[in-house]
Each structure stands twice: as structure tokens, then as C-alpha cells.
Design a protein around this ligand. Structure first.
Ligand code: IMP
Length: 210
């Protein structure tokens, strides 16, 4: 394999993928004209379903190429796995008057965090376990050829801590190094995060492809 194309318009994600693949001698690029392709609707019930759907649909635009897409989010045990696949728009009921699965746009991180804190108000410290999950899917010509899942296990704090990162990072305490994800450097985040773990599995797969 000489080249993989990433289904994202986010330059930060593209940079992360390029960094992960650099030492393997694989070229990493965005899908040409990505922003002019029809948006894939992320209506799957799981992270894996959404990642596969995106990778498969976008791969049809670039015949013969390997396309990588991702989906990620936070699962809180006391909320039966919510916000889950709705992580990016969990505050939609308050902000948009719509359920997250109907919302056409994401809601801001602060409002999403506030909803989580409200719902966990009466949940004891020992019951606030959660995990970040990232699934990457690789597809070619409309078919998924591999998926990679990474997780990070932690606990939801009663108040935010730290100012690095994004999303739910300030609420997510990672016991292994006694910091929230918003207190990690970029290097620590890639070492401990769900995304880093999924990336390493992707790297391994790339190096096995020859
Ligand atoms: P997406 O995979 O880019 O659609 O991200 C889904 C949502 O999950 C984000 O908008 C965040 O709310 C949450 N999320 C995913 N990964 C992280 C992370 O590393 N830190 C904090 N929040 C995250």
C-alpha cells in the first residue's frame, strides 16, 4: 500500500494521520475536493456503523483508493452508554429543540458538558465510570476492508478541570496518570487516548499490507 486518503476536512485530524503514517513510508492525503462531496449522514447506532458508512460512501468518489474515516465519542455507564454516537450534539434538546439524532448540526462543547453534569448530579463518585471510544474504518470501492477500535477508560468529574483539548476532555479524569484529558500535553493525549490507540492498530495494519 502506497497511499491512504482520509475522509475529513479537519486539518488537525489530517495532520495526526500523516504523523501516524509517516514512519511507515505511506503517503497520507485528504480526499481531493472533499468539501464538494455530498455529506454522509451519520445515523448509525454505533461508532463502527458510522465509521464504516463514511469510509464506504466516500471511497466511491475515489475508485481503487483506500479511504479512512473515523467516528468517536464518550460512553457513560450510568447513562446506559450516552451520549455515545450523539456526543457531538448532546445538548440539541436545549439548544435546538430537537433530539440529538434529528439535529442537523453539532452543539457547543460547553452545553454538551453541562447536560452530562446535570444528568450525573445524583450519581455517586464510584458510579461515574466512562470511556472514550474511537473507531477507524478503511474502505475501498464501497466495501469496508478493516476496522480498528481504541478506547480510554476514565471517570466523569463533578466539575471541569484543565484547558487543553476539546469536547468532553475537561470532565474526563484518567486515573492511570491522575489527570483529566484537558490536562494532557498533545504527546500524552496521543499516548493515552482512544484515538491514539485506534491509530496504532491502523499503523500495524498498514505495515502488514506490504
Ligand atoms: P467526531 O468523531 O469528530 O464526530 O466527534 C464526536 C464527538 O465526541 C466530539 O464532538 C466530542 O464531543 C466527543 N469526543 C470525541 N473524541 C473526543 C476527545 O478526544 N476528547 C473530548 N471529546 C471527544
Amino acid at each position: 500500500m502506497r497511499r491512504i486518503l482520509i475522509a475529513t476536512s479537519n486539518p488537525g485530524k489530517l495532520r495526526d494521520f500523516a504523523g501516524a503514517a509517516a514512519k511507515l513510508g505511506v503517503e497520507v492525503a485528504g480526499i481531493p475536493n472533499f468539501s464538494s462531496l455530498p455529506l454522509v449522514v451519520e445515523d448509525g447506532a454505533t461508532f463502527e456503523a458510522n465509521a464504516r458508512k463514511k469510509a464506504e460512501e466516500y471511497s466511491l468518489a475515489v475508485p481503487g483508493e483506500i479511504v479512512i474515516a473515523d467516528d468517536s465519542g464518550l460512553e457513560i455507564d450510568a447513562l446506559n452508554g450516552a451520549p455515545g454516537v450523539h456526543s457531538a450534539r448532546y445538548a440539541a434538546p436545549e439548544l435546538l429543540g430537537q433530539e440529538p439524532h434529528e439535529a442537523g448540526s453539532n452543539t457547543d462543547d460547553e452545553a454538551n458538558n453541562q447536560r452530562v453534569l446535570r444528568e450525573l448530579e445524583n450519581v455517586a463518585a464510584g458510579q461515574r465510570t466512562a470511556r472514550f471510544v474511537c473507531v477507524l474504518a478503511a474502505a475501498r470501492d464501497g466495501q469496508t476492508v478493516a476496522t480498528f477500535r481504541g478506547t480510554a477508560e476514565g471517570v466523569i468529574l463533578p466539575a471541569p478541570r484543565g484547558s487543553n483539548g476539546f469536547g468532553y476532555d475537561p470532565l474526563f479524569f484518567f486515573p492511570k496518570i491522575q489527570k483529566t484529558f484537558a490536562e494532557l500535553t498533545a504527546e500524552e493525549k496521543s499516548r493515552y487516548s482512544h484515538r491514539g490507540a485506534a491509530f496504532r492498530k491502523l499503523q500495524e495494519w498498514i505495515s502488514e499490507q506490504g
